[in-house]
Design a protein around this ligand. Structure first.
Ligand code: NI
Length: 274
């Protein structure tokens, strides 16, 4: 019997989708720490990605060890997932790196970060907010998740496969927050076995801007931009695929202090898949 992933791979549309990034978008990224494009790939690719996405989540594919879990609850919780995440699906399905979304996101990231595209490393993750029960993702900065021994030049590209609205849990960003330091974070519910981080240092969150998007649009946010998303109160899932782009990070003279990273690492390493 043919592997369903191989069958999906054979059906991949060879999509070209050319994107012109308006200079105003670049300026917006520098000023506010985020921007968006209305469309980054074709309808055909979007339909194919939807089928791939649904397969990966239905089978809870672990493209890397432990790479499927609910972001909003302790690892290996029983019952229905509220915010399932799948890490590095491109490890199981390298064709994801051949998509127009991947190519265009890399090109946009290079422009926004003002680096040569050939220097950019990308890894991705898929986050699914199930209909009606999909959990919120609290305020955080992506760099807060990363190894504090390194300094980063990085951004996240995020593409919804379903309408991303206020009701379904589109992303929201705090303009200008990318200029500040990485804030103190903690694990949700103060439980390091819950993967998601949050910061309570959000006096500026009143200025947050929601960015609703149609399927196939994309947001780009700096690795220090404060952001999050609301619950999915809508009647359909809110599927999204994100690619993190960075140049090889430089080792800091001294590691930043991020005790929550160490706490989370211990919880991750004690998981049953080990
Ligand atoms: Ni994030």
């Amino acid at each position: 019997m043919a592997n369903p992933l191989d069958e999906l791979l054979a059906r991949r549309p060879r999509t070209e989708y050319s994107l012109r990034l308006e200079p105003a978008r670049v300026a917006e990224f520098h000023e506010r720490g985020f921007t968006c494009v209305e469309r980054i790939t074709s309808d055909a690719e979007l339909a194919w990605l939807g089928a791939v996405y649904d397969h990966l989540f239905r089978e809870r594919v672990q493209a890397v060890p432990g790479g499927y879990f609910d972001l909003a609850r302790p690892y290996e919780s029983e019952g229905e997932d509220r915010l399932p995440q799948l890490l590095m699906p491109e490890q199981a399905l390298p064709a994801l790196r051949e998509t127009a979304f991947w190519r265009n996101a890399r090109a946009v990231a290079a422009t926004l970060l003002d680096v040569d595209a050939s220097r950019l490393l990308g890894w991705s993750h898929m986050i699914r907010k199930p209909a009606r029960i999909g959990a919120a993702l609290p305020w955080h900065q992506d760099e807060a998740y990363w190894d504090p021994a390194y300094a980063y030049v990085a951004l996240g590209a995020w593409m919804p496969l379903d309408p991303a609205t206020s009701e379904s849990g589109c992303l929201r960003f705090v303009p200008g927050s990318h200029r500040g330091p990485v804030r103190a974070h903690r694990h949700v519910a103060d439980d390091p076995s819950v993967h998601a981080l949050q910061t309570d240092d959000v006096d500026d969150a009143g200025a947050a801007v929601e960015v609703p998007l149609a399927p196939g649009g994309a947001t780009f946010h700096h690795c220090r931009t404060l952001h999050g998303s609301g619950p999915n109160a809508s009647a359909r899932p809110r599927r999204a695929w994100a690619i993190e782009w960075q140049i090889p990070p430089a080792r800091r003279e001294a590691p930043a202090s991020r005790p929550w990273v160490d706490e989370g690492r211990s919880a991750w390493e004690s998981r049953r898949f080990r």
